[in-house]
Write a protein of this length. Sequence first.
Length: 623
Amino acid sequence: MPRIAKTSLGWKLSILMIGTISVVLLGVGHLAMSEYRATLIQQKTEAFDSVAKSLALSASGLVAGTDRQLRETLSSDVRSSRSDIEYILVSDRTGRTVFAESRDMPKRGYSPGRRWWLVARRILGYAGISEDDIYSVSVPALIGPARPGTLTAGFRLASVRQMVDAVEAKVLLAIAIGLMAGIGCALVTGRNMSNALRSLISGTKAVCAGDLGFRVVTKSGDEIGELSEAFNYMVESLANTHERLVEHANTDSLTGLYNHRYFQERLATEISRALRYNHHVSLLMVDIDFFKNFNDAHGHPMGDAALQDLAQVLLRNLRETDIAVRYGGEEFAIILPETAMQEAELTAERIRSAVQDYTFYDRNGERVPFTVSIGIADCPAHCTDRTSLIEAADVALYQAKALGRNRISSYDMRVTAFPEPDPYKLYVLLHARDLPTIESLAEAIDAKLKFPAGHSRTVAKLAAATGRKLGVSESECASIYLAALLRDIGQIAIPDALLGKTEPLTDEDMAIVASHPSLGHAIVQKSTYLSSMLPAILHHHEHYDGSGYPSKRRGHDIPIAARIIAAADAYQSMVTARPHRKRMSPGEAQAELAKESSAQFDPNVVKAFLKVLSEVQPAEQAA
C-alpha cells in the first residue's frame, strides 16, 4: 500500500474516520467499563469474604491478646492503609465489643477504656466514609474456649471504583480527543474541499466563456491542490494552443508573414490609434516587378522560394514594431506605426535597395535580377480610414510601376502621368459586376488614349465574334469580350505627353508603353470577379513568333483569348488615326494582318478574323 502523504486528502479522511470510530467506541467503552466495574467489585467482595473468614480463625488470639504479633501486624496494616480493611470488630454473643481496630483510631492520647467506645462510635457514625464505600462482612468466630462470637470486618470499595474510574477516564479522554480531532479535520477538509470546488466551478465557467487567463489559487498540497494544479496546467495549455491557432490563422503559410486577414484588422487598429493621439501611420504596398515572367521562366517552386527570400529581406529592414504582411500573390503590405511620410520614404527606399542588392538564384544556381516597386500613403496626411489608405497606397504603387518600376512613389507626389480621377474609377471597376460599368470604364480609357468613342467596344465585339468562329465556348467568348474592353487599362498610368507624342518613341518611351499589360494585370487581379480575364490582358501584345512582350511567349503558349484580342486590337488600331501615323483603309489593314500571319499573329486566328470582317457591315467596320 503506498504511503499516504502528510498533507494528502487521504490522511485527512483517515483522521475523520478515526473520529467517527471514536464516537462509536465512546458508547461501547462506556458500556464495557460499567460491566467491568460490576465484575471487578464482585471479585473483590469474594476476596474480602475470604479475608474475613481467615481473620475469624484468629479472633480468640486477638481478643485474648495471646497472639501479640498478629495483633500488631493487623493493626499496622489497618492503620497504614496497606490493605483495603477499614475496620475489624469482634463481639461476643451478647453483642458486646471485645476487640476493635479502625483506620482512623487515634494512635495515642486515649485511655484503653475509652478506646473501644470511640471505635464503636466511629464505626456506627463515621462521617468521612459513605455507606456505599464500605463492604461489611460478619462471620462466626471463637473468641475463647467454648465462647462463640462474631467478627465483623469492613472493607473499602473506593479503591476499586477509583481504579475503574481512572481507567475509564483515560479511555474516554482518548476517545474524546479522537472525536475532536475527527470533527476538526472534517470541518477543515470540508471547507477546503468546498472552497476548491467552488473555485474550480468558477474557473470552468470562466474558461467556457473564453477567459483563458483564469487560474485557480492553490493553497494545499493534497489531492484537491493537485487537481487545482492540473486545472491550471490544462487552462495554460489551452491558452498556448489558442495562441498558436490564432497565430496560424493570422500567418501566411508560405512566407511566415502575417496574412491579409490580420492586415485588415491591424491596419484599422493602427489608424484608430493614430487618429486618437494625433500621430501618423504609413502604409507601404510592395509589388514584385515582372513576377509573372519569373514564374513562367523558372517555375512556381522557384517563385515560392523567391517569395520566402523576399519576406526575410523585408523583415531584416524593418523595426520590431512594423508589421509586414503578404497582401496577396506577389504583393506585400507594410504597416509603419508612428511613422510620417518622410520616414516612410526612407524605409521604402531602404527596402527597395536591399531587394535590388539581394542575390536571388534560379534552379541552375544562376543569379536572377529581382526588383520591387513600392507605393506609400500616410494617415492622416492623405486619408483617415482603412479603405482609402489602402487605395491611396495602391495608386502610388501603380504610379511607381508606370514610372519604370524598381522605384518608390508617394501618393502625394504631383505627377501629370497619373490624372486624379482615374484611380477612383479603377476601384469602381474592381467591385463592379455589371457590363455597363465596365463599358463606361473602357470609354474613359479610350478617351485618355485619344481613340474615338466606341473603339474598345468594337474591338471587343470583333474578338468575341472571332472566338465563336473558332469554336470557343460562349462563356469564354464573354470573357474575351470583357478582356478586350479592359486590355489597355494599364495605360492610365502612362503620361499623357507620351501618349500624344508625334515624333518616334525612344527606347525609354517604348519601355514605358510596353509596361501597360503588366500594369493592367496588376490592377485587375485585385478583383476576383475579373480574374478569368487576366491571361488575355497580360499577353495580348505577345507575338506568335515570340518577339512580343512582356513574356516573349510564342505559338500556342500564348492564351487563345490573347491571340484573338491581339488581331482584333491591331486591326482596329490600324483603321484608326493616331498622333504618330495616319489611319489605314480596311483593305490595307486586312492585308497587313495577312502579311503578319505566322509572325505577329496566329494564322488560324487571322483566317477566322478575316471571315468575321467579311460578314460585318461596312459601317460597323469603319466604327
